[in-house]
Design a protein around this ligand. Structure first.
Ligand code: OKP
Ligand code: ZN
Length: 320
């Protein structure tokens, strides 16, 4: 088990989010990752610092125009301010929770390095790797950022792995929110299976995607599987759904399993709306661990720092 963490995530300090007409404190805070780091260290796990990777690995997923736009905006915004989209479409952010900050580009780039280092460790025969990164990634699309995400870590890791192996990859997205970005990126792709369990988009962010009838298109048809669930569901229903999701993954028989691990499914999370408790994450880790492929676990959401620490620790300890 290899864990990678890059402290440059600390450079990204979003302050506020326009939520339903109100300015709220942006929940995507450094602390949500720092508590996980100390819990892992306190339990004897070794945390590794990644090496840097060239930005071109990102171009396998995101357009150079988008990456360059983010870099330029991030480098010109004042450290005391943050930039919100003014004209949607011109500005390449699709919501008002994902400002450009002075540190967002460098932090996102460092996050990509954590996942690529994880992939390299798996290519060198490690069985499991965990990328303890922020900001999260699964809402970022080919040419858009949103949902606190700028670069799609799971997608970039998948493309990097495939560049080296031509292998088949299953992505299991366990964040409370549907990973619209990851779905978009692989929607026409039959070499990547995307499976997600999330709050029903009729009631929850990101609203635009995550329905069960979104199954992929053209050669990608059948390689996108969504399990939307009602708010408030608890362990037993979640585990029943997870069992179905894992069956889909087993049928696909991937060479690599990527888990987008959002811990905002915990009952104590203020952004997600499920009712999972600490011990549910042990069960989830145990069941995911039964998939017999190398595994890359990527941190996505999770906004209660204390709940994050316990959830991730329980998940990681139960993974075999
Ligand atoms: C990111 B991730 C609800 C506001 C929601 C954005 C939530 C992004 C979640 N009124 N703001 O998937 O954890
Ligand atoms: Zn989420």
């Amino acid at each position: 088990m290899k864990i990678y963490y890059d402290r440059r995530h600390l450079f990204h300090l979003p302050m506020k989010e326009l939520d339903n007409g109100e300015w709220i404190e942006n929940p995507e805070k450094p602390e949500r990752i720092e508590t996980i780091r100390s819990a892992l260290e306190g339990n004897g796990f070794v945390i590794n610092e990644p090496r840097d990777y060239h930005v071109s690995h990102i171009f396998a997923v995101h357009t150079p125009e988008y990456v360059e736009w983010l870099k330029q905006k991030s480098m010109t915004v004042s450290p005391k301010r943050e930039y919100f989209p003014e004209v949607f479409g011109y500005d390449k952010l699709f919501d008002t929770g994902t400002p450009v900050t002075t540190g967002c580009y460098i932090a996102s780039l460092a996050g990509v390095s954590t996942v690529l280092n994880c992939v390299d460790s798996l290519l060198e025969d490690e069985a499991v790797a965990y990328a303890l990164c922020r900001p999260p990634g699964h809402h970022a699309g080919v040419a858009t950022g949103g949902g606190y995400c700028y670069f799609n870590n799971a997608a970039i890791a998948t493309k990097y792995y495939q560049k080296h192996t031509r292998g088949f990859v299953a992505i299991l997205d366990l964040d409370f929110h549907h990973g619209n970005g990851t779905q978009e990126i692989f929607y026409y792709d039959d070499t990547v299976l995307y499976v997600s369990i999330h709050g029903d988009p009729r009631f929850f962010y990101p609203w635009i995607s995550g329905n069960s009838w979104e199954i992929g298109e053209d050669s990608g048809e059948g390689f996108n599987v969504n399990f939307p669930l009602d708010g408030g569901i608890e362990g037993p229903e979640y585990i029943r759904t997870l069992t179905k999701a894992l069956q889909e993954i087993n049928d696909f028989s991937p060479d690599l399993l990527v888990v987008s691990l959002g811990t905002d499914t915990h009952a104590a999370d203020g952004v997600g709306h499920f009712g999972l408790i600490d011990s549910d994450f042990s069960m989830i880790g145990k069941l995911v661990g039964e998939i017999e492929t190398p595994k890359l676990i990527i941190q996505e959401g999770g906004y209660n720092p204390q709940a994050n620490a316990v959830s991730v620790l329980n998940f990681i300890k139960a993974l075999k």
